[in-house]
Design a protein around this ligand. Structure first.
Ligand code: NAD
Length: 249
């Protein structure tokens, strides 16, 4: 018997990287899985890879109406949501002196505002007793060159989890955060670098991690499974950091 048998789980950004690995693990644990993302082709490919009749829905967290539509579709096709993984996000950075208002807005709108409204819009479609897991980042705990706005956006969602948990106590909905450290996913390939530069970046990142490697999406997925399932029933408003010791040692 799976740890999420017959639970309905929605994973935003479930068509890539950490979200995709989490969707695959959840399907293997018996969940009825829905994923959202921005790209129709990768959504289709991801749904095939996950299997188990995964529901794939195009929705952009910058478009709040598309979130309403996505949640309504999940409820009508596979039922009310028991597990919501708020994972859609971007990483971008720039030197402080050159940081544009447009870049500031893009990061904050997707990572912070997008997280806030994903949870707010999901509320009518969640079962009481649901588990919400928000993707933070270990970067919120350390100072990293060029990454001030990204790190602050992730510190902001860490704060949301505490406050949402307080807001949702009467419905017994738990809200926690999974904060990855450096993880090998397509996120690094979206920085406009060549494949060699991406490889170099990952090696540089790995050298700064105490256990001298970056993490895998599958290692993150195990943390989401714990927070999503009843195994973490006494945890709310808190955080699991999965970062090879990067933010702690
Ligand atoms: P990824 O680029 O592989 O996946 C990001 C996902 O977010 C994609 O599915 C994408 O479609 C979705 N997304 C982005 N903008 C969106 C939007 N406007 N609307 C809807 N969906 C959108 O990257 P990943 O590494 O799997 O990242 C997943 C999460 O983990 C992000 O929140 C990221 O900040 C966080 N994170 C990643 C790392 C890392 O090193 N990879 C470290 C810490 C935190």
């Amino acid at each position: 018997m799976g740890k999420l048998n017959n639970k309905v789980a929605l994973i935003t950004g479930g068509n890539s990287g950490i979200g995709l690995a989490t969707a695959e693990l959840f399907a293997g644990e018996g969940a009825k899985v829905a994923i959202t993302g921005r790209d129709e082709n990768t959504l289709k490919d991801a749904a095939n890879q996950i299997g188990n009749e995964t529901l794939a829905i195009k929705a952009d967290v910058l478009n709040l109406a598309s979130l309403d539509d996505a949640f309504r579709e999940v409820e009508s096709k596979i039922g009310k949501i028991d597990v919501l993984i708020v994972n859609a996000g971007i990483f971008k950075g720039a030197p402080l002196t050159d940081f544009s208002e447009a870049l500031f807005d893009e990061i904050v709108d997707i990572n912070f505002k997008g997280t806030f409204f994903t949870v707010q819009k999901a509320l009518p479609y969640l079962n009481d007793g649901a588990s919400i897991v928000i993707t933070g980042s270990a970067a919120a705990e350390v100072g990293v060159e060029n990454a001030s706005v990204y790190s602050a956006s992730k510190a902001a969602v860490r704060a949301l989890a505490r406050n949402f948990s307080a807001d949702l106590l009467s419905r017994k909905i738990r809200v926690n955060v999974l904060s990855p450290g450096h993880v090998e996913t397509p996120i690094h390939g979206r920085l406009g670098l060549s494949p060699e530069q991406v490889k170099g970046l990952r090696e540089e990142l790995a050298s700064g991690v105490p256990i001298k490697r970056v993490g895998t999406a599958e290692e993150m997925a195990k943390g989401y499974l714990f927070l999503a399932s009843d195994e973490s029933s006494f945890m709310l408003g808190t955080e699991i950091v999965v970062d090879g010791g990067w933010s702690q040692l």
